[in-house]
Ligand binder design. Structure first.
Ligand code: UD1
Ligand code: CA
Length: 454
């Protein structure tokens, strides 16, 4: 842990998003923007993080939870005003404070660390992180004086045509010496195009006092991209996806088409796993080695072992052990636990069930609230009838049972080890081990029926 303390600005509405949701809660690559920023600060070893919330304060506070301290900016009067809200919390701090924006989801911990270290090294009162943007529209421009030092920052809306040509921008991320920051904030006014208290004005004020102002330029402008609109959000999403995909490929995962592969940041994937196109792996998911996943597969919060094959599968909050083959068209719902070498075929749904090792569910099953042993063979169209309209009940199927096609197992019911169920049966009573249960009407053939009909 370093001595770094941060203020993360997250009170703005994000008018340009045209959303009911506070901007910083919009997700990029499966994680809210403010979470990306908190993670970068933590990765850089920040000792304290203070998030300024305002628009949708309850929602943002809930999302932040225990991860950081929170202060409220009831009225959003600008970034300078937002920083003031953290003043009391920082009463006993007298060193460096970094200000971050909650809408820069591409920021990395490495860059946060670099900014902090360079600020400390430069012994400046303020250091701004800058970047040269291909399109600087919307950003505050870095205006440098003849000797190359930073003179001031001019907001896009206040910039002259000449200033607008500058492509070096303010990333919205800075380090300040805390006491100087709050002293300078007293002099920030709101006589500008937006009628707001601009934090960047602090730089010009400190410079006017003869203090040292420093700038650190990001090597990669992408890391500092701010998100103000849905189009910028989509761009950030694309960059985050690309980063994760590159990391996975570098670690030994084959992605057939990275452009159509969407893997969340926290997901781990083992070596020699091959991912086919149109695949999403989200949230708290992990995939082992030597798997073949996709095409068109989505896993959310799923734990997947080694050597698993899955095509056209949607699995969420489920666990899949080694050697399982699934698909096409399989839905694994929460608490589906699939043991080793199980085979799940076409059009099968499994929910809140344990499927024992090597069992086969090859086609058209609904398995809900079921404890199934190993080596079970479920015929085509078999279902567990788990719901009577009021309550759910469990079905137990013993090892090596053979359930004939189109059977209904009406829960609560137990099918013993090694027993057989005749095709088309509706089973309402327990079946003892090693017995055959036939639960269907006997067939009757009517001779000469057609003759009589004539
Ligand atoms: C800001 C900078 C601009 C910089 C850009 C980088 C100012 C005046 N401008 O512009 O120089 O190039 O970021 O992305 O600072 N916020 C609050 N309270 C407020 C206003 C904003 O907490 O009263 C928060 C927002 O939630 C957001 C961040 O501060 O996370 C930046 O605000 P935003 O309105 O997006 O500023 P920009 O116009 O992008
Ligand atoms: Ca912004």
């Amino acid at each position: 842990m370093s001595d770094l303390v941060t203020i993360i600005l997250a009170a703005g509405k994000g008018t340009r998003m045209k959303s009911k949701l506070p901007k910083v809660l919009h997700k990029a690559a499966g994680k809210s923007m403010v979470q990306h920023v908190i993670d970068a600060a933590k990765h850089a070893g920040a000792r304290r993080n203070i998030v300024v919330v305002g628009f949708g304060a309850d929602m943002v506070q809930k999302a932040v939870g225990e991860q950081a301290e929170v202060v409220v900016q009831a009225e959003q009067l600008g970034t300078g005003h937002a920083v003031l809200m953290a003043k009391d919390k920082l009463e006993n701090e007298h060193g460096t404070v970094m200000v971050l924006c909650g809408d820069t989801p591409l920021l990395t911990g490495e860059l946060v660390k670099k900014l902090y270290e360079e600020h400390v090294k430069a012994q400046a009162k303020a250091t701004v992180l800058t970047a040269v943007m291909p399109d600087a529209t919307g950003y505050g421009r870095i205006i440098r004086s003849a000797d190359g030092s930073v003179a001031k920052i001019v907001e896009d809306k206040d910039a002259t045509d000449e200033e607008k040509k500058v492509r070096e921008v303010n990333s919205g991320i800075y380090c300040f010496e805390k006491d100087d920051l709050f002293e300078a904030l007293k002099s920030v006014g709101c006589d500008n195009a937006q009628g707001e208290y601009y934090l960047p004005d602090v730089l010009e004020i400190l410079r006017g006092k003869g203090e040292k102002i420093w700038a650190v330029a990001a090597d990669d402008y992408e890391e500092t991209l701010g998100v103000n609109s849905r189009a910028q959000l989509a761009n950030a999403e694309k960059i985050l996806r690309r980063r994760k995909n590159e990391e996975l490929m570098a670690s030994g995962v084959t992605l057939m088409d990275p452009a159509s592969t969407f893997i969340d940041d926290g997901v781990t994937i083992g070596r020699d796993t091959v991912i086919y196109p149109f695949t999403w792996i989200e949230g708290d998911s992990s995939v082992g080695e030597d798997c073949v996943i996709g095409p068109s597969t989505r896993f959310s919060d799923a734990k997947i072992g080694n050597g698993v094959t899955a095509q056209f599968v949607y699995g969420h909050e489920c666990e899949i052990d080694d050697g399982v083959t699934m698909g096409p068209y399989v839905h694994l719902r929460p608490n589906a636990k699939i043991s080793k070498n199980v085979k799940i075929g076409n059009f099968v749904e499994v929910k809140n069930s344990n499927i024992g090792e090597g069992s086969k569910l090859p086609h058209l099953q609904y398995i809900g609230d079921c404890d199934m042993g190993s080596g079970v063979n479920m015929g085509c169209g078999t279902i567990t009838v788990n719901y009577d309209g009021k309550k759910k009940y469990r079905t137990t199927i013993g090892n090596n049972a053979f359930v004939g096609c189109n059977s209904n197992l009406v829960a609560p019911v137990t099918v013993g080890d090694g027993s057989y169920i005749a095709a088309g049966s509706t089973i309402t009573q327990n079946v003892p081990e090693n017995e055959l249960a036939v639960g269907r009407a006997r067939q009757k053939n009517i001779p000469h029926w057609l003759d009589k009909r004539k």
